[in-house]
Write a protein that binds this ligand. Structure first.
Ligand code: FES
Ligand SMILES: [Fe+2]
Length: 457
């Protein structure tokens, strides 16, 4: 261990580092990616693990009268809505002589290949092989590759794993909130899925990238350094963190989580810690979809309702395919990228596939290290035949989540503020966790009651 430095992050035995005498010409400054965590194609360990989950594959608004070529987990696919209204997610190459079904014709039931007219239903059943003799056995002897698809609130999802292991479609508690408008969006990130997915486990980037480095992307209060703790979810489905900031007389406790492999939902990015708030929920629910090893799509919903974004900074009309209502989420001109870098630049800038061997993780990267450990264990488990754990449900029947903000008036005292915030982060995090089984309205009332009685009283 290096003298004078705190203990290394979890999963690391030491701070890896270049010697102080090292020069730019050193041969050690190269390396390859961690294939176990970053390669997603069929047959790869990570790819097989990722195929145990439902993933968003496109927005409903992208399905029109023409088929849509998509690429998911390194597989070339085609998706479409047939004239009967059913959505198909099929292998892109025709089973006959492999021309692309993106040039096919959408039919009443399924899609017809342009080359010789074979007709495929949305489940891959071959309905017609029109050039073949009437009694040809071909269509009865094979089935075209197809994945179960489901549309939900403007997003098309698919399950690409073994049919017998198909999990229930996950509906999280934040998807069914009253008076909440959810607008689907899709953003391209030309880099590996893991570096995009690690980002929410690194709340310190909000202090620097989003506030202090160029200008405040959301609100200046994001520039206050938080006290952060990371924990494994009790049902082992991911990691949640608490971050505790001080802003004037308020302490702002944010809880956030990452449901492995790739679902996360930051609470309100335009949060302003200027009054008491008791668990206002999320501004964004999203998946980081691995397109292939070097491309990712962020697909999810922006939430709009009366409990978040009280200053009205969000813009519904700016959210959609390739667009988002916060700076630095999509590719801009090179000069704009350099002058006001955002999440896109920081994450894509880590390389097409970030090389972990060349990093130097510190204490603030504890969540990133925990996530890698959790994923590695899960990937190895699937390889051994141990399937990922199933999430718990609340009394509404939804999967409860941790993400939200609790903001309370706690003026500074003689106690060191780090101690105060650390204590509040831990206690409020525990209250948010304890209340997970409750239905939405009851949970917020319970969090407010306990925070008032146990902390503010
Ligand atoms: S290649 Fe598709 S029907 Fe022949
Ligand atoms: Fe960010």
């Amino acid at each position: 261990m290096v003298q004078g430095l705190p203990s290394p992050p979890p999963g690391e035995t030491t701070y890896r580092g270049y010697e102080r005498t090292q020069t730019g010409h050193s041969p050690t400054q190269s390396g390859t990616e961690d294939r176990e965590l970053t390669h997603v194609g069929p047959g790869t360990p990570c790819g097989e693990y990722l195929r145990r989950f439902w993933h968003p594959v496109t927005l409903s608004s992208q399905l029109n009268d023409l088929p849509l070529a998509i690429r998911i987990l390194g597989e070339n696919l085609v998706t479409f809505r047939d004239l009967a209204g059913n959505v198909g997610v099929l292998h892109r190459q025709c089973s006959h002589r492999r021309t692309s079904l993106e040039y096919g014709v959408i039919a009443e039931h399924g899609i017809r290949c342009c080359y010789h007219g074979w007709l495929y239903d949305v489940d891959g059943t071959i309905l017609e092989t029109p050039g073949e003799p009437e009694d040809s056995p071909i269509r009865h002897s094979l089935c075209h590759g197809a994945y179960p698809a489901r549309e939900y609130k403007g997003i098309v999802f698919a399950y690409m794993g073994p049919p017998e292991l198909k999990p229930e479609f996950p509906i999280y508690d934040t998807f069914e909130l009253p008076d909440d408008e959810m607008i689907p969006y899709l953003l391209d990130m030309p880099c590996n899925w893991l570096q995009v997915t690690e980002n929410p486990m690194d709340p310190f980037h909000s202090v620097f990238l989003h506030t202090r480095i160029s200008r405040a992307h959301f609100d200046v209060s994001w520039g206050a350094m938080p006290i952060v703790e990371w924990h494994q979810m009790p049902d082992k489905t991911g990691i949640y963190l608490t971050s505790a900031r001080r802003w004037n007389d308020y302490v702002w406790i944010r809880t956030n989580e990452l449901a492995v492999p790739n679902f996360t939902q930051p609470p309100d990015i335009f949060q302003n810690p200027d009054r008491d708030k008791f668990f206002t929920r999320v501004g964004n629910s999203k998946w980081h979809l691995p397109v292939d090893d070097t491309n990712t799509q962020i697909i999810g919903w922006r939430h709009f309702n009366d409990t978040i974004d009280l200053a009205g900074k969000g813009r519904r009309d700016a959210v959609g395919v390739g667009s988002y209502d916060a700076v630095g989420r999509v590719k801009r001109t090179y000069e704009e990228q350099q002058r006001v870098p955002g999440d896109y630049e920081a994450q894509v800038g880590q390389d097409t596939i970030a090389v972990h061997k060349l990093e130097h993780l510190g204490k603030t990267d504890t969540g990133v290290a925990m996530l890698r450990q959790l994923l590695r264990r899960a990937i190895r488990n699937v390889k051994k035949g141990v399937e990922p754990p199933k999430p718990l449900k609340n009394t509404d029947g939804y999967i409860p989540t941790m993400a939200g903000d609790v903001i309370i008036n706690v003026p500074q005292t003689n106690r060191t503020d780090e101690e105060v915030r650390s204590d509040l982060g831990r206690r409020i995090g525990a209250i948010v966790l304890d209340s997970m089984p409750l239905a939405h309205g009851e949970r917020q009332a319970e969090i407010e009651r306990r925070v008032r009685n146990e902390i503010l009283a």
